[in-house]
Design a protein around this ligand. Structure first.
Ligand SMILES: NC(=O)C1=CN([C@@H]2O[C@H](COP(=O)(O)OP(=O)(O)OC[C@H]3O[C@@H](n4cnc5c(N)ncnc54)[C@H](OP(=O)(O)O)[C@@H]3O)[C@@H](O)[C@H]2O)C=CC1
Ligand SMILES: CCCCCCCCCCCCCCCC(=O)OCC(=O)COP(=O)(O)O
Length: 309
């Protein structure tokens, strides 16, 4: 008997077995956590929100779909109800209509959610808009609109639902931020600012509510193939209306929704869902800020030149 067959091989198989068992138990825990959970998703009418709705519905959660277009929400309910899942009990979704940029509407929406479903286990603050423009040309009303939709809306909804979570000593709040909540790139000022504010707010919240057993997960994706660039607003408040190459070549919304589902199921505190370059850019911003700022300035010059020519 040599050392390999008596020690190394049994150790290897033992470790693999323990790892497999650990993953299985993790999967079982996640399944139990999501099954029957009341999950509120904002921006469910499109892109990542719509895919999250499909993923959580398929996981057996009771989804509450929020959006500002009731027709699109109804269509999604029909789509989800048509999916037959023989292995898991699924639930007919509820819908609640409100515009996130209107605080009063958000508060009424929160009230309606609690009236309909009694409590919220998981709130996914997903809805958002992006922005394209130079700071010098952008009206303050545009900065405010982006902040209202991406920051004040989610903050108002979170604050409205938080007391009932604290009372139950149970709940999970998710913020869909962006890589741009960690680094700022030129011509995205309002968007990057709203996502940095989101990151900061939900990091503070995480610390404050841990004592009530409430989880907070911040998800920071890179580019995703959605309508985000098409729907972005520009310096004068008009719709950008272009499917950017970066957006078109991003990850699929279904892939990112699966990452959101797993991150929530595993109660992760934060997750960066991006390729190597954005990932390195985040590190560069923190470790060698001067180099990062120089790269961003040259990127701004190049983009400006390309636009002018
Ligand atoms: N796509 C990407 O590359 C990335 C996206 N993200 C983030 O993902 C999230 C989802 O965006 P994504 O799916 O990509 O984009 P989409 O444009 O496809 O979806 C945005 C969703 O937000 C909703 N929404 C926008 N404004 C409001 C409002 N005032 N009130 C209520 N709902 C509103 C939209 O509703 P409606 O259908 O009515 O327009 C839509 O459902 C955003 O927070 C975005 O910042 C993060 C990183 C990368
Ligand atoms: C040796 C280290 C090299 C480090 C890389 C250098 C820096 C390169 C810059 C990379 C910028 C990445 C930007 C990623 C932005 C992003 O993923 O944003 C996601 C969004 O929210 C998209 O919204 P948008 O409206 O901008 O489409």
């Amino acid at each position: 008997m040599d050392f390999t067959s008596t020690v190394i091989i049994p150790l290897l198989f033992g470790s693999l077995g323990i790892f497999g068992l650990f993953r299985f138990l993790q999967w079982m825990r996640m399944r139990a956590y999501l099954q029957e959970a009341v999950v509120v998703i904002t921006g469910a009418t499109s892109g990542l929100g719509k895919e999250c709705a499909k993923a959580f519905h398929a996981a057996g959660s009771k989804v509450v779909l929020c959006g500002r277009d009731s027709e699109k929400l109804k269509e999604l309910v029909q789509q989800l109800s048509a999916v037959k899942n023989h292995r898991k009990k699924t639930h007919k979704p509820h819908t609640v209509v409100f515009d996130l940029s209107d605080t009063k509407a958000v508060l009424n929406g929160a009230e309606e959610i609690l009236k309909h479903v009694g409590h919220v286990d998981i709130l996914i603050n997903n809805a958002g808009i992006s922005f394209r423009g130079t700071i010098v040309d952008t009206g303050l009303d545009v900065d405010k609109k982006v902040m209202e939709t991406n920051y004040f809306g989610p903050v108002a909804l979170t604050k409205a639902l938080l007391p009932s979570m604290i009372k139950r000593r149970q709940g999970h709040i998710v913020a869909i931020s962006s890589v741009q909540g960690k680094i700022s790139i030129p011509f995205r000022s309002a968007y990057a600012a709203s996502k940095h504010a989101t990151q900061a707010f939900f990091d503070c919240l995480r610390a404050e509510v841990e004592q009530y057993d409430i989880d907070v997960t911040v998800v920071s994706p890179g580019y995703i193939q959605t309508n985000l660039s098409l729907n972005a607003i520009t310096a004068d408040g008009s719709r950008y209306g272009v499917m950017d190459k970066t957006t078109a070549q991003g990850q699929t919304a279904a892939e990112v929704a699966q990452v959101v589902l797993n991150a929530v199921g595993q109660r992760k505190k934060e997750v960066l869902v991006a390729g190597l370059t954005p990932f390195l850019a985040v590190y560069l911003r923190n470790l060698c800020p001067r180099v990062f700022f120089t790269l961003m300035a040259s990127r701004a010059k190049k983009e400006r030149k390309a636009k002018d020519s």
